[in-house]
Design a protein around this ligand. Structure first.
Ligand code: ASP
Length: 428
């Protein structure tokens, strides 16, 4: 059997007892490559190490004191080493991280240190070799992972029959600096290691039993999905299913690697299998907050080609990703991912365009159902469910052939909308 790549999320490595559970899982020798996240939350109010590193960096950038936040990071890692009873001197690493925070030159470097330290600890505890992601994951000049260079370096470094621990979330750019993926990026590291090591299975260990047809924290009736295709997984994760990084599926699908999402703390459950095998689409509801609806108003604005072009150019000039365009007659709206100070930037540009602009934060809820490609069915089902709901719909879109319906709602209605839609559509 060829080797298996295992990735453990932050909650799977949040404290010493979680580490012990991980060590038990790794008694299976086929589990050869272990990718780790930074320690996550131990309890609801706890802070993730990555969030604390971000806090330190931003305080230091404003020349403010970050001692308290850094102290929490130190306590967490030093506590882990003590509880695991391992012989590892963290001081040189912590001093170096502190120095980098003080200099506040490389955000990505600082951000990546949670994974780095956790991998150091895991490698010492498990007796696996530490393999730094900066030596095997290379980005090209466009910021994409250079798989062929990464593969070359990986093959050079890897010894047969050795088991490795690799920090997730980062690699190295063309200038030799640490570069992180977007948040949750250790999932991607795991997928990339699976590709580099020619593994056929990638086990992604988390703190839930797998992928559900709706967020189980929002709806108690959520059902576990046992099998998914990469196409479904890709759509669900890019539209809100937080269980997996949205870019993961591409790496795995094109390399025929099977993904198994499963629970570190409930090994009796086989979890969700995601593969290339075609299968009937699963029904599910997913959603995400953090979008901005930018609405432009003007007489017959949506019928003026020139105006639409101007607005598109304007939207493209601001740092955001367009998710949707909704056209009316006297209005045209863009739904974009909410970035840093986006509302301020839009207010400033507002006056140059000469049309009325308003903005509103929105959440998108997406309903997937394979029978939605038949108009009678989706209309009956969705409009029947919508007639029973108790929140305002800002817009609803569905393309002719699609099996998904996207609904825009106010952020404050998010949790309620997911539950109500699920109960009215799927819990029958
Ligand atoms: N620690 C990083 C984050 O919190 C990356 C990861 O966990 O995958 O986003």
């Amino acid at each position: 059997m060829n080797s298996i790549v295992c990735k453990f999320g932050g909650s799977s490595l949040a404290d010493a007892s979680a580490f012990q559970t991980v060590a038990d899982i790794l008694k299976d020798k086929n589990r050869r490559f272990v990718v780790v996240s930074a320690p996550g939350k131990r309890y609801k109010e706890d802070k993730k190490i990555t969030d604390l590193l971000i806090d330190c960096f931003s305080l230091s950038s404003k020349n403010e004191n970050y001692e308290k936040e850094f102290g929490l990071i130190v306590d967490r890692f030093v506590g882990l080493v003590k509880d695991l009873n391992i012989n590892l001197d963290l001081k040189p690493y912590l001093d170096e991280i502190n120095r980098e925070i003080k200099l506040h030159t490389s955000y990505d470097y600082v951000l990546s240190r949670g994974e780095f330290l956790n991998a150091k600890i895991a490698s010492c505890y498990l007796g696996f070799k530490f393999l730094d992601a900066k030596d095997i994951i290379f980005f090209d000049k466009d910021g994409k992972v250079d798989l062929s260079l990464s593969k070359k370096m990986f093959n050079k470094i890897i010894d047969e029959d050795v088991r490795y621990v690799i920090p997730g979330f980062y690699g190295i750019d063309t200038t030799g600096n640490i570069k992180t993926f977007s948040r949750g990026g250790s999932d991607l590291t795991g997928a990339i290691i699976a590709v580099l090591s020619d593994s056929s299975v990638y086990e992604n260990f988390t703190d839930v039993d797998g992928v559900y047809d709706v967020d189980p924290n929002k709806c108690k009736k959520a059902k576990l999905l046992r099998r998914l295709s990469f196409s479904e997984m890709r759509k669900m994760s890019s539209l809100g299913a937080g269980v997996l990084h949205p870019d993961c599926s591409d790496f795995l699908e094109s390399n025929n690697i099977v993904l198994n999402i499963r629970n570190t703390f409930n090994l009796l459950d086989p979890g969700t299998m995601v593969s290339n095998e075609p299968k009937p689409y699963a029904r599910s509801i997913t959603g995400k907050k953090g979008y901005l609806l930018i609405n432009f108003e003007g007489d017959l604005i949506a019928q003026s080609r020139g105006k639409i072009e101007d607005l598109k150019n304007f939207i493209e000039s601001i740092p955001c990703k367009i998710q949707k365009i909704i056209e009316g007659i006297d209005s045209i709206s863009f739904v974009v991912n909410l970035g840093d100070n986006l509302e301020d930037k839009i207010d400033k540009i507002n006056c140059n365009i000469g049309v009325k602009v308003s903005t509103q934060k929105v959440a998108l809820v997406t309903i997937f159902d394979s029978c939605f490609n038949e108009y009678k069915i989706w209309q009956d089902k969705v409009f029947d469910a919508l007639s029973k709901i108790n929140f305002e719909i800002l817009f609803i879109t569905k393309s002719t052939s699609d099996i998904s319906v996207i609904i825009g709602i106010k952020e404050e209605d998010f949790d309620l909308s997911i539950e109500q839609l699920y109960l009215n559509l799927f819990d029958k």
